[in-house]
Design a protein around this ligand. Structure first.
Ligand SMILES: Nc1nc2c(c(=O)[nH]1)N[C@H]1C(S)=C(S)[C@@H](COP(=O)(O)O)O[C@H]1N2
Ligand SMILES: [Mo]
Length: 319
């Protein structure tokens, strides 16, 4: 059976099974498979109406406009209404409503580990960083994509402040997690807090952003307020949301999806149309809002900027 392009990373949606048994059973009988349930559910249920209620962010002139894709921007509706944020739901159209009561103020990001100057950033510190706008393609491992006008600052600016020590090789990231605020996390099938990581040179790359907003305003909660990572040449799950901890290390950090299923989700997870996911092809993608499939670009179209990071590496082995 061919895999629909918008399969979630997990094979099943336990929350569907648990909370929505009747609908689940009807659909399951209809298609005869639990694996296609969530994609069919999503087709039937369009993204909810969402409004851009964030506060304006002042953006300084950005020299990076030249790397913006010429493709049309995705609609705010889609960016903020079709989300993966498993702490709240495994159903993309359910995340926005569930995230509305998520408390993102006050907020602290601990930045430490193998650094000379560990710091605790307040929300004001984060929002006080000089902001730039960056329009990036965003490619989820499930086979869909968007074009998103992020606002934020290069992660390198923060790492330069804390000064990684000699021997530092990687950076680990941790999302906020609170069972009380995220009771449905239990049904997602993955462990929390959500963890991610990058090699230090990837983290220092000028394309790697800490995003504090999109479409000129502070981030919607469902997109990972108040601050999330954006690594445009990697599959979307590397772009960890609602970060509370950034730790410089001397080893490859444990990451959530790699720990959950190492055969399917590698540490690197660079967008690569020539290395298929074990359960579906990565050669093409569906841009949200379009019906046709587009070819997926090597490194999501950022090869000129990032390919050198992987010189001499076998990208099938380090997938
Ligand atoms: N904490 C956390 N971060 C996360 C996720 C998540 O479930 N929890 N999902 C990831 C996945 S699979 C994707 S595709 C993107 C989705 O980001 P978006 O909803 O802003 O498009 O967030 C990533 N970051
Ligand atoms: Mo994803």
């Amino acid at each position: 059976m061919p895999n629909p392009p918008n399969l979630p990373p997990s094979e099943v949606t336990p929350e569907d099974v648990f909370l929505n048994r009747r609908k689940f059973m009807k659909t399951a009988i209809w298609v005869g498979s639990t694996i296609t349930t969530s994609s069919i559910y999503q087709t039937l249920k369009p993204a909810p109406k969402v409004e851009n209620t964030g506060k304006d962010i002042v953006v300084s002139a950005s020299p990076s406009k030249s790397i913006a894709p010429t493709d049309e921007l995705s609609r705010f509706q889609d960016i903020a209404g079709y989300n993966n944020f498993y702490e709240f739901s495994t159903q993309k159209s359910a995340v926005a409503a569930r995230a509305q009561s998520f408390v993102t103020k006050p907020w602290t990001v601990q930045v430490g580990g193998l650094v000379q100057n560990p710091i605790a950033l307040s929300l004001d510190d984060i929002m006080g960083m000089e902001a730039i706008e960056r329009i990036y393609r965003f490619r989820c491992v499930e086979g869909w994509s968007m074009v998103i006008p992020w606002v934020g600052f290069p992660l390198s600016k923060l790492l330069e402040q804390v000064k990684p020590k000699d021997g530092a090789t990687h950076v680990a990231f941790e999302s906020f997690f609170d069972r009380q605020q995220m009771p449905y996390a239990l049904f997602s099938g993955i462990p929390f807090p959500y963890l991610e990581g990058l090699r230090l040179d990837e983290a220092m790359h000028p394309l790697t952003l800490l995003a504090t907003g999109l479409y000129g305003k502070t981030l919607p909660k469902q997109n990972g307020a108040p601050v999330r990572l954006v690594v445009p040449w990697k599959y979307g799950f590397k772009s960890i949301k609602s970060i509370v901890k950034i730790t410089v290390t001397d080893h490859e950090p444990v990451t959530t999806w790699n720990r959950a299923n190492p055969r399917e989700y590698g540490f690197y997870s660079n967008v690569n149309p020539t290395v298929d996911h074990p359960r579906w092809s990565q050669a093409q993608e569906r841009r949200i809002g379009e019906t046709r499939l587009r070819p997926t670009l090597m490194f999501n179209g950022y090869g000129e900027e990032v390919a050198h990071l992987y010189d001499g590496m076998d990208l099938r082995r380090y997938f």
